[in-house]
Ligand binder design. Sequence first.
Ligand code: CO8
Length: 258
Amino acid sequence: STALEEIIVERRGSVGLITLNRPKSLNALNLQLAKEVMQTLKSFDADDRIGAVVITGSPRAFAAGADIEEMAEKTLVELLGNDIFAEWDQMRFVKKPVIAAVSGFALGGGFELALMCDFIIATEDAQFGLPEIKLGILPGIGGSQRLTKSIGKALAMDLILTGRTIGVDEAKSAGIVARVVPTGDLLQTALEAAYQIAGLNAPAVAMAKEAVNYSLETGLSAGVLHERRLFQAAFATEGQKEGMAAFIAKRAPVFRNC
Ligand code: CO8
């Protein structure tokens, strides 16, 4: 495990684990943390031994938003000249699955970071919200876009305009959260999901992620065509041959990803 300034990075076999580690500010996302997370994600993405990544925080907070102290005195001209959130835009280019394991607060940029992950596993005490409006601003790393595409206009407007926080039950029924687990089981459940994914045919996993994400960018016909081409491309992988041969032979498949 490597302790950078703001995060802890671990390789646990085939899974990369990133733990946000700014306990004094409830993991507020500053520029340094963004750089460290993105640098780590890129190196996991390039590493054949890693098949999936988990990002988590502390029991009290996944992340309570962008670092308000770092932002408070910024001017428009400064932000235009130096887009302090540009780092996070790189997350779209990560090919391997990234799971957000959320306990406690996922607010503002913290919620947006969880939404940029591929799916969210959360504890019973997780809380989600986009309170930016209460600070006189609005979501800034895609929250208004990703949340609306994910849960529809009504609840997205409600959350973004009032800044209210929702508990995990409402988040689960809205489709924000994929799985809810007891607090003590969070990391284990997220790691198990990641190991499961990492044990599959890696090129097919990357293509499946790409196909789902493409649905957010395009219309149905183009999306289905894109999926079909990826499906066909999967037949060029060794893993497809292995997966189907194993099924027919009634044995477990062994995917050789590295
Ligand atoms: N930034 C900086 N410091 C923070 C933040 C934050 N977002 N959130 C909490 N802290 C600090 C507090 O200032 C406090 O520090 P100190 O101990 O030195 O006083 C410490 O963390 C503990 O927090 P609290 O004492 O407030 O703990 P409570 O349990 O009383 O309250 C809350 C917890 C409700 C989470 C409260 O801390 C809070 O409301 N935090 C701010 C939430 C918020 O408004 N988030 C949105 C920020 S704006 C944003 O995210 C814009 C997104 C744009 C893109 C982002 C890209 C990354």
